[in-house]
Each structure stands twice: as C-alpha cells, then as structure tokens.
Design a protein around this ligand. Structure first.
Ligand SMILES: Cc1cc2nc3c(=O)[nH]c(=O)nc-3n(C[C@H](O)[C@H](O)[C@H](O)COP(=O)(O)O)c2cc1C
Length: 265
C-alpha cells in the first residue's frame, strides 16, 4: 500500500533513469526496489561499488542488508510484536552485526556519536527481566505488580534486549564546544537515540525477528548500572525486546495523511 502510494506520489517511477543522477551517492540497497529494478544491471553495480567499502562491514558470506528487503518494504513491515519465543531466526553474530552497523552509521548532531548500547542475549536476557521485575516488585502494591509481572514474563520469554543509552558526558562536551547550541544538544541526543532505535528495530524485523520497545527506566537504572558496569553518566532511554515472533502485530489505524502533512509547490 505504501509502495503504491509512493509510486503515485513520486513521478520518478515513470522515468527512473532520469532521476538516477540524484541517487548517484545513494547505495542501491537503500533505494526502493521499483527504482533499482529499472536501473540497468551495469549501473546497479556502479551504485554498489562506490559503497562496497562501507557495506563490507555489514556483509556476511551469505547475505547483506540489500538482500533482506527493500528499504520501504522494511519500513512498512516494522511493527510492535509482543508474542516472542526464546529463539532467534538469525545467528547471534548477525544480531551483533546489525547493532554494530546501526551504531556506526546512525547520524548524530555534529557527528557527536553520543549513543551507547548494551546488548543482552539468552540467559542474560532472562536475568535482565528478572531484575526489572524485582525492582518493580519493591515499588508497586501487590495487585499492580501482579499485572506488571505478566508483561515482564512476556518480555522475559524473548531472546534478547537492546538497552539504549545516551552518554551525558559526551553531550556535555559538545555543549561546551559549541555554546551557541548548548540548549539543543540534549534534544539532539534524544533524536539520535530515536533514530538508532528505529534503525535497529527495522533491521531486526527485516531479518525475521519480532521486536517491541519498552520504557521501565529510570527506576531500573541503578540496578542495571551495577549489573552491566554502566557509568552513571549514561542515561537509559529504552529497552528493545526481541525474539522469534509467535504472534502477529495488533491492528493499526492511520490518521488521514492530509491532517499530518502540508505540501507547497
Ligand atoms: C517513542 C516510542 C515509545 C514507545 N513506548 C512504548 C512502550 O513503552 N511500551 C510499548 O509496549 N510500546 C511502546 N511503543 C510502541 C508503540 O506503541 C507502537 O510503535 C505504536 O502503537 C505503533 O504500532 P507499531 O509499532 O506496530 O507500528 C513506543 C513507540 C515509540 C515510537
């Protein structure tokens, strides 16, 4: 549906070769399939070759991100999946590769690279959700905790969690270096974290993983600092739970796009 809308909205689909110059610096694997499919083969390899260096980092012997899905298809397929099992559709090495790649290539203001992650897998993932449950047990009345516990058990049933942090010392450095933007850097740190979370969420799901995003910080922060040796200056933003999906996403409705977008031409 999104692809159809894009095809209608973008005149480029009718004359893809004409727009190619605009995409000279765009890796072919990021272009929507309807663009690359009409690019002659020799030009596709040209697009690829200029990015081979960076792709190498993300390439395994069997696949690249380019093979997984076209960009827009991956964007549309990213959903919140709560029903997860303690298995993974891809090897741990691939999970690490995705997180590493996203961490390296997600943009940040002034290239400040303020994001940090802790990747927790398998038994460690179960221990993480046991620890989170313990923290909330000490905070909540029994009936409220019993409700929360069902959710914690659901997350514990998954395969892994990515903990997203922003390094506030790093943010402060940039505030001092560029005082004109002092008040902006904390916001931009949140923005880059959101982008990183989105890249990892979308990439994991493009590889068959189910993913959901949780926010049990800040009560869990001190416990996780101790558990993972995280500096107290790292600020926890979210917990992204993933595993093999055992159920689908919930139904999703969309506001009319006209209420959300203005175009002037
Ligand atoms: C910034 C942000 C915060 C979110 N926080 C939570 C959360 O704390 N718990 C949760 O279950 N889902 C959370 N979600 C998931 C949203 O509820 C979900 O993305 C939204 O309903 C759209 O559904 P979809 O992800 O299937 O497209 C969050 C999503 C975003 C983007």
């Amino acid at each position: 549906m999104v692809l159809q809308l894009l095809r209608q909205a973008l005149p480029i689909h009718s004359a893809p070769t004409r727009i190619l110059p605009h995409y000279n610096n765009v890796p072919a694997y990021l272009l929507p399939a309807f663009l690359t499919s009409s690019i002659p083969n020799h030009q596709q390899s040209l697009l690829h070759s200029s990015h081979l260096q960076s792709l190498k980092y993300f390439t395994t012997s069997t696949s690249t991100m380019a093979d997984s899905k076209s960009f827009f298809s991956a964007v549309e397929s990213r959903r919140t999946i709560y029903q997860l099992s303690h298995e993974s559709p891809i090897p741990d090495a691939r999970i690490k590769e995705i997180v590493t790649f996203a961490l390296k290539h997600t943009p940040s203001s002034f290239n400040s690279q303020t994001s940090r992650v802790v990747l927790v897998l398998k038994k460690k993932h179960q221990e993480l959700w046991d620890a989170i449950a313990e923290v909330y047990k000490a905070m909540l009345p029994e009936d409220k905790f019993n409700q929360a516990k069902q959710r914690f058990d659901g997350f514990r049933a998954g395969y892994g969690t990515v903990l997203f942090y922003e390094d506030t010392t790093n943010v402060r450095e940039f505030q001092e270096k560029f005082p004109t933007y002092e008040d902006k850097f904390p916001q931009w740190s949140e923005h880059t974290s959101g982008m990183l979370q989105y890249v990892i969420w979308t990439a994991l799901e493009a590889e068959g993983m189910g993913v959901n995003l949780q926010h049990y910080n800040p009560p869990i922060d001190p416990r996780l600092e101790k558990e993972y040796g995280v500096p107290p200056t790292w600020s926890l933003k979210s917990q992204m739970v993933f595993g093999k999906p055992t159920g689908g996403p919930m139904e999703k409705t969309f506001k009319p796009i006209e209420e959300r977008m203005k175009v002037f031409e």
